[in-house]
Design a protein around this ligand. Structure first.
Ligand code: HEC
Length: 113
């Protein structure tokens, strides 16, 4: 049996801990970056396909639909379903990923569930 493995020295433990720390920071930074990119995608998809009609209905940029007191969507799950309903009625055939990026964008910007 290797003694070093049974009783790792303090230095070894410290080195190990700092490696874990660096790796987790790296992973966290990447997740944050991916989420930002994801939400930007959602913003672009929403801008291209969804705003014009909502804006024509309400005036302004249409976002009042998402923020008014009697808005229809009451939960994150309902938001995803509504995004799905709207995109499919427009014949857009979005992937689950596209639906979830628009859901994420609308939630971060307006609904805040
Ligand atoms: C042809 C017009 C039209 C287009 C295009 C459109 N919508 Fe809508 N949207 C509506 C109408 C009408 C409502 C219902 C408004 C109401 O409840 O008074 C609505 C409501 C919504 C709501 C719910 C608002 C609430 O009350 O909480 C969401 C979310 C939504 N749309 C998302 C989208 C998304 C995402 C797209 C793009 C894929 C989209 N819409 C494209 C007409 C449209």
């Amino acid at each position: 049996m290797n003694e070093k493995l049974l009783y790792p020295s303090r230095d070894l433990l410290r080195e190990f801990a700092s490696k874990i720390l660096v790796i987790s920071l790296f992973i966290c930074a990447n997740i944050t970056l991916l989420q930002t990119v994801h939400a930007q995608d959602g913003a672009a998809l929403h801008q291209e396909n969804c705003i014009a009609c909502h804006a024509a209905m309400t005036g302004g940029d249409g976002s009042v639909l998402y923020t008014r007191d009697d808005r229809g969507v009451k939960s994150l799950d309902a938001l995803s379903k509504q995004v799905d309903r709207c995109q499919s009625s427009l014949g857009l055939a979005w992937s689950n990923d596209q639906i979830s990026s628009v859901q994420q964008y609308l939630n971060n910007s307006y609904y805040k569930f």
